[in-house]
Design a protein around this ligand. Structure first.
Ligand SMILES: [Zn+2]
Ligand SMILES: [Zn+2]
Length: 312
């Protein structure tokens, strides 16, 4: 037992040193999630209703007095470059983020799952989805989305019916001067009319239209599937780790010196702490199966390091 005989030690050595148990990771995570959700809802509500238009305008005016004009111009130029011109910044950002996620999966989950004898097909599924995802990411990015030109204008005009409301017949694009097929739209970023225009995607650096929408859809599906697969593998790994190590039968001593039975919240805490102290724990990770228990078992001991030394 991890906490066997420890209450006396903790209570006896320094009675003044009492700490309320800190749920740092969980508290921060819940706080972060709440903040993101509230911000998202606020942005949606404000953009739809214009409820906060006045305060936002006044806030912008105040900022325009505080922030130097050259900095404001630089921010506006950067914003224009990122969102209103064709550039590969978001493609590089996308690949970097994806690379980091897969590096984390390989480094944190894959090796340990092999030690726990997970099926290799199951573990390699995220990599297979990554390959498919990258293929369709490339296809969405480089395929012509359906540019309306003089050559194909007459072919595209009869594809969808004109409703005489949003898409009147014989309407011409004010920028390209071409006749607009129904459901087409001029993309200001790419400077072209796109057949069955959906949106301009900065992550693809391309419009999503009639000819690449199917690739984009498969890209989204494989991206979601890879995220779900990695989440499932990680969850199963953690559950199996707890079962194999028998952590649920363990006890620990909290910061108030009380003996506690292991619960889910504490397991999440020590998992995060064990990640933080990974480098330290790596030295103990040589024998394959037993090694999985080491980082988790060492962490509860660390909780008592403030002048106390656990016996186990
Ligand atoms: Zn146009
Ligand atoms: Zn576009």
């Amino acid at each position: 037992m991890l906490g066997g005989g420890m209450p006396e030690l903790l209570a006896g050595n320094n009675p003044n040193e009492r700490h309320i148990p800190r749920m740092d990771f969980l508290v921060l995570f819940v706080f972060y999630l709440t903040l993101v959700l509230i911000s998202g809802v606020m942005i949606c509500v404000c953009s739809k209703t214009g409820y906060l238009k006045g305060p936002v305008r006044r806030g912008t005016q105040i900022f325009s007095y505080i922030i130097p004009e050259c900095l404001q111009r630089a921010v506006l130029r950067l914003h224009h470059y990122l969102f209103h011109t064709q550039n590969r910044t978001f493609i590089l950002l996308h690949l970097t983020l994806q690379g980091m996620v897969y590096a984390e999966y390989t480094w944190e989950i894959f090796g340990y799952c092999q030690q726990l004898e997970f099926s290799l097909y199951y573990l390699l599924l995220p990599y297979l989805l990554l390959i498919v995802n990258l293929v369709f990411f490339t296809l969405s990015s480089v395929t012509n989305p359906g540019t309306v030109t003089k050559a194909n204008e007459l072919l595209l005009l009869p594809v969808y019916e004109f409703d005489e409301v949003l898409f009147p017949k014989n309407m011409r694009c004010s920028t390209c001067g071409l006749r607009k097929p129904a459901r087409s739209k001029h993309c200001a970023v790419c400077n072209r009319c796109v057949h069955r225009f959906d949106h301009h995607c900065v992550w693809m650096n391309n419009c999503i239209g009639a000819w690449n929408a199917r690739y984009f859809l498969i890209y989204l599906l494989t991206l979601t599937a890879s995220a779900v697969t990695m989440a499932v593998v990680s969850a199963v790994f953690l559950v199996r780790l707890v079962v194999v190590s028998g952590l649920y039968q363990e006890t620990y001593v909290d910061d108030l010196g009380h003996l506690q039975v292991m619960d889910t919240i504490f397991l999440i805490q020590i998992y995060r702490r064990s990640q933080r102290n990974r480098q330290e724990s790596q030295a103990l990770l040589s024998p394959p199966r037993a090694s999985l228990l080491v980082p988790l078992h060492t962490v509860p001991k660390r909780r008592n390091r403030r002048g106390h030394h656990p016996q186990s």
